[in-house]
Structure formats: C-alpha cells, structure tokens
Design a protein around this ligand. Structure first.
Ligand SMILES: C[S@@+](CC[C@H](N)C(=O)[O-])C[C@H]1O[C@@H](n2cnc3c(N)ncnc32)[C@H](O)[C@@H]1O
Length: 252
C-alpha cells in the first residue's frame, strides 16, 4: 500500500464510524463508546462536559488531562474525530482562547462543526486537512494534542515536523498514541484493515521517540505507558501494542 492507499482506507473507516455504520472493533472493553473512553482514562465527569455524539470511543489515552491549558491559549487537536478532546479543551479554557481540530475525514469534521453550533462552542473551529500538511500557519499554536492518530499517518517524521512548525517557541505537545514493543508480522503491516484499526501503522516505541527528536524536539518524555489491555487483545499482534502518552516542548 502506498501513502494515498493508506489515507483512503483510513478515511473510509472513520467515515463509517462517523456515520454510525461501524465501531472501533479492536476495543471490546464495554458495550458503549463511553465505556471505551472510561477504559482509556476519561472520567464520567469529563464525558458529561461534552456533547454525547462526540464520544466515539476511538482514543487510546486522555491528552487534555495531562497537559496544562491556560485561558487564552490556542490549542490544536490533530485527528480530532467528532471533537471529544476539542470540546473538553474548550471547556477547560473558558471563553478566551481557541481550540482548532483538524481531521482528514469529512464526516468527522462536519459532525464536529454541527455539535459546536448546536452546543454554543464559540471558541472552537474544525478544519478539514492532513497532519502531514496542516492548514495552520507557522508558530501560531501554544499546545498540540492528539489521541490515537499519529499511528494512522504513513509519514510520521512529516507529521512531527508539521507539529514543530506550527508550535510557537516554548509551545508544548501531549500525544496519546499506540506503539509496539517489537516488530509486527509482515502480513499485519501489509493489511489495510489493520492500518485502519491503529495497528499496522504503530511504530516500535524507541523508533517513535527518535522520530519525534529528529523532527526537532530535544526533550521527549513518556508520561504514561500501558499495555493495551482489552479483553481478547492479549494474544497475537495486539499483545505487542502499548499505549503511550508523550510530552515535549519546542525550544525557545
Ligand atoms: C482513532 S480516531 C481518533 C479520533 C479522536 N482523536 C478521538 O479520540 O475521538 C483517528 C482520527 O484521525 C483521523 N486521521 C487519520 N489520519 C489522519 C491524517 N493523516 N490527518 C488528519 N487526520 C487523520 C481520522 O479521520 C480519525 O478521525
């Protein structure tokens, strides 16, 4: 599969999830998308703060819980889906500041926009776009967050370089993502379905952290690392997957 094939598969999958035609089948930790969010660290109170259709249960961590957000800042959520972390960040920032969500899947962006209108979120914006070529001017962002998305991008170095470009000097990022403990079988790496399920595109952890450094970030800190412990996922390739939450800062 080339990069364009991967993106087409990803858009198809997340379009179906947005339309309610599929769920995130690799997570089997509970019957509802809210259960899936609780399993990766959200609290019931977090989920009460956001419009219910934004809760798709497709994340692997809880980035807004691990990053300090100051009122008046500009936050960028990469692969924002239907807006779960965008709305949570907006609630935490109050009326001052701006939260921008960027997603490659049109259906996700239109759900986010609709929910923002319906629920009176004046300080959020959803933009259609790709992480590898962000629709965001350079050095305009205070905080980048992302939840279970970079693994889906075929060119991780380009993604992290874009994050570096858009952050202001001193800006920070907190990324929740999936990585592997060892190499995955070739047939998994080549599987379109495994790409869309956040498996085939997951990098080995050390290579992932090194890619972030190569993009220009010097201090890269893993704040949380957990096995991807969902019933039925211990065996096979899922047993080699870890959920990590990584923080770094762009040098001033
Ligand atoms: C696993 S979902 C996570 C959604 C959201 N972060 C959440 O936690 O609810 C991945 C999202 O990333 C988007 N995505 C995947 N590849 C992307 C890319 N290259 N650029 C922008 N968005 C992308 C998908 O469309 C999808 O909405």
């Amino acid at each position: 599969m080339n990069d364009q094939d991967i993106k087409a598969v990803v858009k198809d999958r997340y379009g179906k999830i947005a339309r309610g035609e599929q769920t995130f089948c690799c997570l089997t930790c509970g019957p509802t998308t809210a259960d899936q969010c609780l399993a990766v660290g959200y609290t019931a109170e977090d989920l009460r703060l956001v419009p219910e259709p934004a809760i798709l249960g497709v994340g692997c961590g809880h980035p807004t819980a691990l990053v300090d957000l100051q009122s008046g800042e500009t936050v960028l959520d990469l692969g924002s889906g239907a807006g779960l972390d965008v709305f949570l960040a907006a609630r935490r920032m109050g009326k001052r500041g701006l939260v921008i969500g960027v997603d490659i899947t049109e259906e996700m962006v239109s759900i986010g926009r609709q929910l923002a209108d319906q629920h009176g979120f004046d300080n959020v914006e959803f933009r259609l776009g790709e992480i590898e070529q962000l629709p965001v001017p350079s050095e305009t962002i205070d905080v980048v967050i992302s939840n279970c998305v970079i693994n889906l991008t075929p060119d991780k170095l380009a993604s992290f370089k874009e994050i570096h470009r858009v952050l202001k000097p001193g800006g920070r990022f907190l990324i929740a993502d999936l990585v592997t403990t060892e190499e995955l079988p070739k047939e998994v790496r080549a599987s379109a379905a495994a790409w869309a399920d956040c498996l085939a595109g997951a990098m080995e952890k050390e290579a992932y952290l090194e890619t972030i450094r190569c993009a220009g970030f010097s201090q890269v800190e893993v704040l949380v690392e957990k096995p991807y412990e969902f019933p039925g996922t211990e065996d096979g390739p899922w047993g080699k997957i870890r959920s990590v939450q990584v923080r770094t800062v762009k040098r001033r």
